[in-house]
Design a protein around this ligand. Structure first.
Ligand code: SF4
Length: 407
């Protein structure tokens, strides 16, 4: 969107009080995310933006509520999001389909060194807690050639790292190949191979991947060192019966085997996860099973979501909803377990040399520059340097591990 607004002659500014118009991409994955989206719109209206366009999942599911928020003049549902800029500016769609222009980082404090390239949208699964399928519809993949062009324009715009994203990234290609059943279908591995072959991307990273989309052979792709050694594999629960109620297509056993295969194939790989605390019907025993599994997996980090019933989902109608205080308590316990294993993972790298892409820089007077960035295996690192190194990749020796980062 930023690219299209720029192509039409507009300027992207770094803060709401400098803007005439704002597009807010709302989220509804949890009740909290939906509330954050609403409060972001109110904040932007208070900062003086007279014209707000609301889009994204919350606005798609609750368009009337979105229109009622201050200064929201238009709601664009997800299925029209690709045309948002041309509709808002009342320009023909074709005017944006000419020469691809370089993707430049957005201005502001957190200037991006990473380009997030969406290669897929929607999902054909029906995990019972998930509202995404309602908001995003069926899985759709972007063609390889389009993704490669997008990556090349991101690289021309200065990006040093590309992150492939999608609502259900691991299903990329399934809808592109009607002959899938005959065994000749496209798989995410084909997309990754093509990107590595046809672009000079220095660092390629994958966002979240559902474990059932992968097999042990997938990890041989990491023989190319440009693929970053980080896998985010959402577990959601470490208890088999809870996973069944969630309608997840995985079991603790298959998850364990997949993680073992990844660790064998990719040296030092960081495996992070998502877990839900207090899913409907989660008994004390089930929670204990899930917690023990999470501990045994030695994750390099992860997010814990306190279960919140999303209207329209199967889980919201299930019996045995867990008391909110108990959900929160379980969240804290899981969070502490993940913190502990994340710390142990970070500590393994003290004294080692890893490459870091610096993504933020601030001047600290006589101390020179304070740099912050990420290693390939997603460790957050800080350093002081005599000159700014933003968007550079440096080999760095890690000397000490503090709260949530290495220095
Ligand atoms: S696979 Fe992911 S996006 Fe699809 S229904 Fe399950 S949680 Fe939602």
């Amino acid at each position: 969107m930023a690219r299209e607004f720029r192509a039409a002659g507009h300027e992207i500014v770094e803060a709401a009080d400098l803007a005439d118009m704002a597009v807010v991409n709302t989220c509804t994955v949890t009740n909290e995310a939906a509330a954050d989206s609403r409060s972001k719109i109110r904040q932007i209206a208070r900062a003086g933006v007279a014209e707000i366009v609301a889009t994204g999942c919350w606005a798609t599911l609750q368009p009337r509520q979105a229109m009622d928020l201050p200064n929201v003049l238009r709601v664009v549902a997800n299925d029209r999001k690709d045309q948002l800029v041309s509709e808002v500016l009342e320009l023909p769609r074709e005017s944006f389909e000419l020469e691809p222009i370089a993707r430049e980082p957005l201005p502001g404090l957190h200037r991006r060194t990473r380009a997030f390239i969406k290669v897929q949208d929607g999902c054909d699964n029906h995990c019972t807690f998930c509202v995404t399928t309602l908001a995003r519809g069926e899985g759709r993949s972007r063609p390889v050639a389009e993704v490669v062009l997008d990556i090349q324009s991101a690289l021309r715009g200065g990006a040093r790292e590309v992150v492939l994203t999608g609502v259900h990234l691991g299903s990329w290609g399934q809808d592109l190949s009607p002959s899938l059943k005959a065994g000749s279908g496209k798989h995410l591995r084909d997309l990754i191979r093509t990107i590595l072959r046809e672009t000079d991307v220095p660092r390629l990273r994958l966002s979240s991947l559902e474990p059932w989309d992968l097999d042990a052979g997938f990890f041989s792709l990491w023989e190319d060192r440009r693929l970053m050694p980080h896998l985010h594999l959402p577990l959601q629960s470490g208890c088999e019966s809870t996973l069944k109620r969630m309608a997840r297509k995985t079991t603790p056993q298959t998850f364990r085997e997949l993680v073992a295969a990844a660790r064998e194939a990719i040296p030092d790989v960081a495996i992070t996860t998502d877990v839900i605390a207090g899913f409907p019907g989660e008994t004390d025993e089930e929670f204990a099973e899930s917690l023990a599994f999470v501990r045994a997996m030695d994750f390099a980090g992860g997010h814990v979501f306190t279960y919140s019933p999303r209207p329209g989902t199967g889980a919201a109608r299930m019996k045995g909803q867990v008391r909110p205080e108990l959900r929160k308590k379980r969240n804290h316990i899981l969070h502490a377990a993940l913190e502990e294993s994340a710390k142990a993972y970070r500590q393994k790298f003290v004294g080692r040399t890893l490459s870091v892409l610096w993504e933020s820089t601030s001047e600290t007077g006589e101390w020179g520059w304070r740099m912050e960035g990420l290693t390939g295996n997603y460790l957050r690192v800080t350093a002081r340097t005599p000159s700014p190194r933003w968007n550079e990749i440096d080999e760095i020796r890690l000397i000490n591990e503090t709260e949530a980062r290495l220095a």
